[in-house]
Structures are given as structure tokens and as C-alpha cells.
Design a protein around this ligand. Structure first.
Ligand SMILES: NC(=O)c1ccc[n+]([C@@H]2O[C@H](COP(=O)([O-])OP(=O)(O)OC[C@H]3O[C@@H](n4cnc5c(N)ncnc54)[C@H](OP(=O)(O)O)[C@@H]3O)[C@@H](O)[C@H]2O)c1
Length: 327
């Protein structure tokens, strides 16, 4: 048996309930992992509210780190006793232990502790595929401007540093002066407090009227139109989240007069669909963390049993960087 946090109905943080569940043995292609730490992600909120629907009851949580306890038939890359971490396509990380597909679990390098592992996998792999594989037709070269919304958040602070390492000039947005300062300390070239300033006008200003090549937009409803207005001709809007609500349907015809723009809705789970690709992406992430180019900033911890408080803080925009839950 393992303690876990489960929902039996979609709703507010009050639907998160502690339960004891059987864990069982891993089947073919699966592992059993005992968590030392789990990551909090905004997708957990979408799954809790039902914006993203899964069958109920459901143990939430998409990111974790711990020790492999048992491996099923056909699993060659992990052994019992290995330190491991993952970003999973299937929820279940809000638990002391779980059985899950092995394909998305990788060995955690010795130099990375469990809390850091749980804080960086889903968010770091997301920053990786966005900055390295979600690119405008002309590609991104050192010196190019990009715009990244919610730059002081979990994915955001990793992206600020990774963009700097790639030589990109990242303009970030964030709510409030303290968050703007934090993102600047993590490598953003310029910051805009979009709760006080018109970010479209400021982006035009900062880029000398030219606009940016890519906008990475996880805020969704509140920023979508403004993000399009920040792009230079042939620019790309990479929409990857809905923290303010989903982007409403829009007229594709409007992209022409705005400069033959491109729009994509990207998700990590397409990128980590195979074990090989997951390992490749994780190796790149481990390299930038090992080199010190990207430091994982854990802004807050909660005991897993208090996860409802963590959800409230995340939704109220009171967190910075990554949040770790301790089982
Ligand atoms: N598609 C993918 O592959 C993928 C993968 C990972 C994450 N994501 C998305 O990336 C985003 C960041 O994820 P995260 O876990 O690192 O979260 P986070 O950025 O740490 O937290 C979300 C942030 O969004 C901003 N925000 C703006 N408007 C908001 C509103 N109305 N309500 C709540 N927050 C609002 C807040 O920052 P400010 O106060 O600074 O505005 C808040 O701190 C989320 O939208 C998530 O769904 C997508």
C-alpha cells in the first residue's frame, strides 16, 4: 500500500484527498518507483478542474524522482536500486510509490538530488523542446529576440537560463517587480511587468520596432492576441498552456495581414513519445544542469499531504520557479 492524493470528482483544491492504495508489481515494460520527491505542474490544475479530462478516480502528478524498486519484463535501461526521475504522460506522481511505464523514466545522474530531479524533468524537457525544436522557419540564431510569458515560473526560469546559454535575447513577462527581478537574475535580457505595462508596446520598444521571431505563450486567453502583435513577419506563436484559460477559437485569416504568421499548439508528450527521444532530451537537460548553465530554482516546498495549499498558491500566482512536494 502507498499513501497517495486522489481526486474522485473534478473541482477546486478541496477535491484533493489523501488515500491508501495498493501499488502492485510492475508488468511488462513497467517499473515500480518509490518517490523521494514529486513536482507540481500547472497541468495538475487542468487535470484537477477537468479542463483536461481523465477517467476518475485519478491520482494526479506528472513528475517525480526516487528509487526504482522493481522492473517488469523487457525493461533493460533500469534496475532495482537505480536513482531515477521522470516526466510522465500518465498521472500518478502524487504518491509514495507507483507502477508506471518505464519508457519515460530515466536514470538520475549522481550529481542531481531527488528534489532537483523532481523540480526539473517536466519543466526542463519542456524548455528543451520549445527552445530547440519549436522554431520559426528561419530558425533561431544567437542575438535573436524571443518573448516568453510567465518567465518567473517553473518552466520560465529554466527557459530564461537556457535561452541565455543559446545566445538568445529573451524578453520575459511576469506579474510584479519581484518576479521580474528574479527572471533577470536567471538570464532574461529584459522583463516586462504585464500586470502594469502594455507588453505589446514594450516589446516593440525593446526590439526597435521589429518584433520578436517567436513568442512562447503558456498564459493563453489573456495574452494570445497581444502575442500575435509582438511577432515580426513569418514569426511563430508557440502556444503551450492555458494558465489564464484556453485560447478561444480565432480566425486563421487574420494571420495573413499580420505578416504571414505561424501558430502551433505544442505539447511535451508528442516529444517524449519514445524512450530513445526521451533519453536524448533528458541527456541534454542533464548536461546544461551539470555545466551550471541552468540552475534549478525551487521556490517552495510542501508536504505532499498539503498539496491543496500548493495548488491554491500556484493558481493565485504566488509561486516562483519550481514547486516540490514531499511524500
Ligand atoms: N504544452 C506543454 O508541453 C507544457 C509543458 C509544461 C508546462 N506547460 C505550461 O506552461 C505553463 C507554466 O507551467 P508551470 O508548471 O511552470 O507553471 P508556472 O509558470 O510556475 O505558473 C503559472 C504562471 O502563469 C502566470 N499566469 C498568468 N496568468 C495567470 C492566471 N490567470 N492564473 C494563474 N497563473 C497565471 C503566473 O505568473 P505571473 O504572475 O508572472 O503572470 C503563474 O505563476 C503552464 O501554462 C503549463 O500548463 C505546458
Amino acid at each position: 500500500m502507498a499513501r497517495a492524493i486522489q481526486i474522485s470528482a473534478f473541482g477546486g483544491p478541496e477535491v484533493l484527498q489523501g488515500v491508501d492504495l495498493p501499488v502492485g508489481e510492475p508488468g511488462p515494460g513497467q517499473v515500480r518507483i518509490r518517490h523521494h520527491a514529486c513536482g507540481l505542474n500547472y497541468i495538475d490544475v487542468y487535470q484537477r478542474t477537468g479542463l483536461y479530462q481523465n477517467p476518475l478516480p485519478l491520482v494526479l502528478g506528472m513528475e517525480g524522482a526516487g528509487i526504482v524498486e522493481a522492473v517488469g519484463e523487457g525493461v533493460a535501461h533500469l534496475q532495482p536500486g537505480d536513482r531515477a526521475a521522470y516526466a510522465a504522460a500518465t498521472p500518478g506522481a502524487y504518491s509514495e510509490a507507483r507502477v508506471m511505464p518505464a519508457a519515460q523514466v530515466v536514470q538520475l545522474p549522481d550529481g542531481i538530488d531527488f528534489e532537483t530531479g523532481a523540480a526539473m524533468m517536466l519543466k526542463g524537457l519542456t524548455a528543451q523542446y520549445l527552445l530547440k525544436r519549436t522554431l520559426p522557419v528561419e530558425g533561431l540564431q544567437p542575438g535573436d529576440w524571443v518573448l516568453w510569458h510567465a518567465a518567473a515560473g517553473g518552466v520560465g526560469l529554466i527557459a530564461c537560463q537556457w535561452a541565455r546559454a543559446l545566445g538568445l535575447r529573451l524578453i520575459g513577462t511576469a506579474g510584479g517587480e519581484a518576479k521580474c527581478r528574479l527572471a533577470l537574475e536567471h538570464g532574461a535580457a529584459a522583463m516586462i511587468d504585464y500586470t502594469r505595462e502594455d507588453f505589446v508596446a514594450r516589446v516593440r520598444d525593446i526590439t526597435g520596432g521589429r518584433g520578436v521571431k517567436v513568442v512562447y505563450d503558456s498564459v493563453g486567453r489573456d495574452t494570445f492576441e497581444g502575442s500575435l502583435a509582438c511577432l515580426r513577419p513569418f514569426g511563430l506563436l508557440a502556444s503551450f498552456g492555458n494558465s489564464s484559460g484556453p485560447v478561444p477559437p480565432f480566425a486563421i485569416g487574420s494571420l495573413g495581414p499580420k505578416g504571414s504568421l505561424y501558430v502551433t499548439r505544442a505539447t511535451l508528450f508528442t516529444h517524449i513519445a519514445t524512450r530513445e527521444r526521451t533519453q536524448e532530451m533528458a541527456d541534454e537537460l542533464f548536461d546544461v544542469v551539470a555545466s551550471g548553465e541552468v540552475k534549478i530554482f525551487i521556490g517552495q516546498h510542501w508536504p505532499l499531504q498539503d498539496v491543496a495549499q500548493a495548488h491554491r498558491a500556484l493558481e493565485a500566482r504566488r509561486t516562483t520557479g519550481s514547486t516540490v512536494l514531499l511524500p
